[in-house]
Design a protein around this ligand. Structure first.
Ligand code: LLP
Length: 421
């Protein structure tokens, strides 16, 4: 459920007409709903309420500091994968003891940064990384809580570019080698194993792959405990999918997911961490965009928008579907017609949808891409020297720009011309 609904014939974000935001901020722009973000975070929090737990929001999905503050103030922990994400979480006021550090290639500089700033745990992804962290921690004279991310070799049955739990993927340590690695950690200075970490992929629309992975983690917990290790925390990753189209089968709900966690690992008495990103932020954001031109092509009409693949890359990168709806609700009985919906960038990949049935639209009309809150703004670039677009946060009947649209001068000012030119 989200808070982007038609009311009196036009689309609202909570109690704000999107038309008003478009008029004040311009298009393209991302707009987020506080109520939806909080609701989704709380669904996970409640789904795990029978077990000690921390929901660590995956910052990579939508990392604006205002969003992190909103979720952090509600009690969320954060899952970060870079020094930059860690700095954002800290800037949002999230204490280090609620931040977990994941990622397959953490540098020593990043390790130093989180050890100095405070960290709940580091999720190790390889032995070289384990050795590096041990050295950095020993240099600083601290002991850092760690988990090992295990690769359970489970097929997440999602898009190949976002599946991470098969043995051919670069992530984690093969689960069969885990006991050896925990034995090594026990010998190393500066590291203290506290649990196990797993994450098998993103946009999972079935529970079965999670179930397979979590059963393997439960078995491993018992084996490691028998080896004498303290396993008191399980980080079960993110990945629960969202509905992108209304005709889609509905993915499992956080309550089903919570029940699955309880069933598979609840008996172990561990503190549970999860790292959802998409389900918290995805349907909490839309991308507002205006039609620049309607162009008649050979056997097709193109809607040329003012947003492009640099603003929302998911269709070009994963062939992802986003519902695209007009701000003005079509009158009942309006005949739709197919459009190829494209951006202004100079390559054919800059296509959001082909032959998409839409109500008749004209230049100047505004549309909203739904489900664009996660992996939207964060994956944008300035390709074709299109400045990053603004982000707006709605809360009830108020809204605020939480990232300004840079001017061309600001964009260019980051470059410098050497004196010898
Ligand atoms: N934890 C780890 C270690 C991850 O790698 C990810 C996502 C998450 C948590 C959060 O997963 P979520 O709950 O959001 O599914 N750009 C792609 C998605 C990439 C996901 C990467 N890792 C997309 O637009 O579909």
């Amino acid at each position: 459920m989200d808070h982007f609904l038609y009311r009196d014939g036009e689309l609202f974000a909570e109690d704000v007409p999107l038309r008003e935001i478009a008029a004040q901020v311009g298009t393209p722009a991302y707009v987020y709903s506080s109520a939806t973000l909080l609701r989704h975070y709380r669904l996970f929090d409640e789904a795990l309420s029978s077990m000690p737990h921390l929901v660590c929001y995956a910052v990579k999905a939508l990392s604006n500091v205002a969003i992190l503050k909103l979720l952090g103030d509600a009690g969320a922990g954060m899952d970060v994968v870079s020094g930059g994400e860690y700095a954002r979480a800290k800037a949002a006021g999230v204490p280090g003891e609620r931040i977990v550090f994941s990622g397959v290639g953490k540098t020593r500089e990043e390790m130093r940064m989180v050890l100095e700033g405070g960290i709940r745990q580091v999720n190790l992804e390889s032995e070289p990384e384990m050795l590096a962290l041990s050295e950095v921690a020993a240099e600083l004279g601290v002991e850092v809580p760690v988990t090992v991310r295990v690769n359970p070799d489970v097929d997440a049955r999602t898009h190949a570019k976002i599946a991470t739990g098969k043995s051919e993927n670069k992530f984690g340590i093969p689960i069969a080698r885990a006991r050896e690695v925990y034995a090594e950690i026990a010998q190393l200075p500066g590291l203290k194993a506290v649990g196990i970490d797993v994450h098998i992929g993103s946009q999972l629309v079935e529970l079965a792959p999670f179930e397979q992975a979590y059963r393997k983690v439960a078995e491993l917990t018992e084996a490691l405990r028998a080896d004498g290790h303290t396993i008191e925390r399980l980080d079960l990753g993110g990945g629960l999918g969202i509905p992108y189209t209304r005709s889609n089968e509905v993915p499992p709900l956080p309550t089903d997911y919570g029940a699955l966690i309880e069933r598979t690992v609840g008996h172990l008495g561990c503190e549970i961490e999860i790292e959802p990103g998409r389900l918290v932020a995805g349907n909490a954001g839309i991308l507002l965009s205006s039609v620049i031109y309607v162009k008649s092509g050979e056997g097709r009409d193109f809607l040329i928008l003012d947003s492009a693949m640099n603003d929302l890359i998911r269709p070009a990168m994963y062939d992802a579907w986003h519902d695209i709806v007009p701000l003005i609700e079509p009158a009942a009985g309006t005949q739709s017609q197919p459009y190829d919906i494209v951006g202004p960038i100079c390559e054919s990949g800059d296509t959001f949808a082909r032959a998409r049935p839409m109500p008749p639209l004209s230049a100047g009309d505004i549309v909203a891409f739904r489900s664009a809150g996660a992996y939207g703004a964060v994956m944008s670039s300035e390709y074709n020297s299109r400045p990053l677009i603004p982000e707006v946060l709605v809360n009830g009947d108020q809204f605020a720009v939480i990232r300004q649209r840079p001017t061309y001068e600001e964009m260019i000012a980051r470059d410098s011309i050497p004196e010898w030119l």
